[in-house]
Design a protein around this ligand. Structure first.
Ligand code: XMP
Length: 175
């Protein structure tokens, strides 16, 4: 069994402030399409998109699933939503909640490259670099965190905890 930490790892205010500074870095790049990976990045991507809004900026969702109901990766990755993606010749910002082993983003980036965009850059809210098993660096990182399982602000454990506005760590509950 798991329980949430007694206080947030990253508060809602800290997230808001970092979103402002991230958006200030990202907006001048002039991306054509933001591609958020569902489900974990849905809150982060929505908050980021509102800060980099422009009339022509498009958003196109894809889904990459690998975790199931566990805190450990199954190693299997399924990517869906590619059939609706229109990114040929476009400048893409691929957005995910967390960069962990790096397997998800490196596989998704390779898959998107095959669709012929002019450029793909990546943005993650959280980076757990201690867990990396493949070489991968995101172009934009919200926060670097230590090797703890985190939930909230879109991140889940067994579909729970997603709706919290803060990031919490999940700890084993021996009680
Ligand atoms: P990889 O290992 O492929 O993992 O970089 C990326 C995906 O794994 C999930 N993940 C987490 N989800 N808390 C979560 O709620 C975590 O601490 C965590 N670490 C990895 C997440 O879906 C991410 O997109």
């Amino acid at each position: 069994m798991y329980k949430m930490s007694s206080k947030p790892l990253i508060s809602a205010k800290e997230i808001e402030e970092r979103l402002d500074s991230l958006a200030a870095e990202i907006k001048p790049c002039g991306f054509d399409v933001v591609v958020p990976l569902l489900s974990g990045s849905f809150i982060f991507a929505a908050d980021l998109c509102r800060r980099i809004a422009s009339p022509e900026l498009q958003v196109s969702f894809i889904r990459a699933s690998s975790y199931g109901n566990s805190t450990q990766s199954s190693g299997q990755l399924q990517i869906s939503g590619l059939e609706k993606l229109d990114i040929k010749g476009k400048k893409i910002l691929l957005v995910d909640d967390i960069l962990d082993t790096g397997i998800t983003l490196s596989k998704v980036r390779e898959t998107l490259k095959a669709c012929g965009p002019s450029e793909i850059r990546t943005c993650v809210l959280l980076d757990k670099s201690a867990r990396r098993t493949v070489e991968f660096n995101a172009d934009f990182v919200g926060f670097s965190i230590e090797n703890k399982f985190v939930v909230g602000y879109g991140l889940d454990y067994a579909e729970n905890y997603r709706t919290y506005p803060e990031i919490w760590t999940l700890e084993e509950d021996y009680g």
